[in-house]
Design a protein around this ligand. Structure first.
Ligand SMILES: CC(C)(COP(=O)(O)OP(=O)(O)OC[C@H]1O[C@@H](n2cnc3c(N)ncnc32)[C@H](O)[C@@H]1OP(=O)(O)O)[C@@H](O)C(=O)NCCC(=O)NCCS
Length: 150
């Protein structure tokens, strides 16, 4: 896809982002249990939600969460959510979104970004490894903690 851009959420794109349809089985991986339990610890001022547009069409959503002072390593520069519309998967949209998130983290002074994911067939493990995350541990919920050196 040649014409990808990143945009802040607007009233219009929020609706489109909420309506993204995934492939069968993927929904279960969208929100790792670790993040569900950590939600209340997030600093809302460090939230970085963006949509990916292909031309005018919303094809992806990415949210980073930044909190340099968090006591938890995996909550400092966290890739909190990433999803790409079913029909737009496999064409580089996810890679584009991770790069944008990594650029943002670097601009904020971080030297490492993290993501948490659950293992499983329809899960994002191969994607995260393909875009450069390396498994550095497991969370208390048995999920993978991946790190990307920036
Ligand atoms: C994971 C997800 C965001 C990937 O987005 P995408 O746009 O399809 O990924 P890309 O096309 O940018 O792929 C980037 C690389 O990952 C690889 N990849 C992506 N999905 C893969 C899969 N299921 N199996 C193997 N490799 C995969 C691609 O082959 C590509 O590698 P290459 O550039 O070396 O050829 C998308 O599948 C998705 O929305 N999944 C459901 C939501 C989800 O699980 N989110 C993560 C929550 S923790």
């Amino acid at each position: 896809m040649a014409d990808l851009t990143l945009q802040e959420l607007t009233a219009q794109t929020i609706v489109a982002a909420n309506g993204l349809t995934l492939k069968p089985g993927q929904e279960a991986f969208l929100k790792p249990e670790t993040y569900t339990h950590a939600e209340e610890e997030l600093d809302p001022s460090g939230s970085w939600p963006r949509v990916v547009l292909d031309g005018e069409r919303v094809v992806g959503y990415v949210m980073g969460s930044f909190d340099a002072d968090s006591p938890e390593d995996y909550l400092r520069a966290a890739l909190w959510r990433i999803e790409v519309a079913e029909g737009a998967q496999g064409m580089g949209v996810g890679r584009f979104a991770v790069k944008a998130f990594a650029d943002e983290a670097r601009a904020r002074g971080f030297s490492r970004a993290t993501v948490v994911w659950a293992s499983g067939e329809a899960g994002p493990e191969k994607f995260f490894k393909a875009v450069g995350f390396v498994v550095v541990g497991q969370t208390p919920y048995g999920e993978n903690l991946g790190a990307l050196e920036l």
